[in-house]
Design a protein around this ligand. Sequence first.
Ligand code: AMP
Ligand code: ZN
Length: 115
Amino acid sequence: MAADCLFCKILRKEIPAEIVYENEAAVVIKDIQPCAPVHLLVIPKQHIESLNAIVPEQAAMLGQLQLAAQAAAVVAGTAQPGWRLISNVGPGGGQEVMHLHYHLIGGKILGWTPD
Ligand code: AMP
Ligand code: ZN
């Protein structure tokens, strides 16, 4: 946990968030500024800055994040026809909160717009 990290504060319940799903490694919350009918954030309970900072010993925990995303997609009703998982990495990737997270986007048919 990092003292001044927004997502660590959410994990400590110091800042409220709408939790959609939780497993041993991750919490999935609703994004406060959704860009699609379903826009969730899959957040590891461990503070890791980004995918630039992961190490092989975290592989099992990282797998738990994707299982949490799969379960949250079911809870949110977007497992079918489908959804997207994105992680912005660093300022060049558009990352604003420096605690690793995946955006789970769905609830509509998505175009491919990497910009
Ligand atoms: P990123 O730009 O990839 O770091 O994504 C950060 C995301 O966190 C953005 O989509 C924000 O809308 C979202 N966000 C910021 N503050 C909150 C909050 N308090 N609760 C939920 N989502 C948040
Ligand atoms: Zn953090």
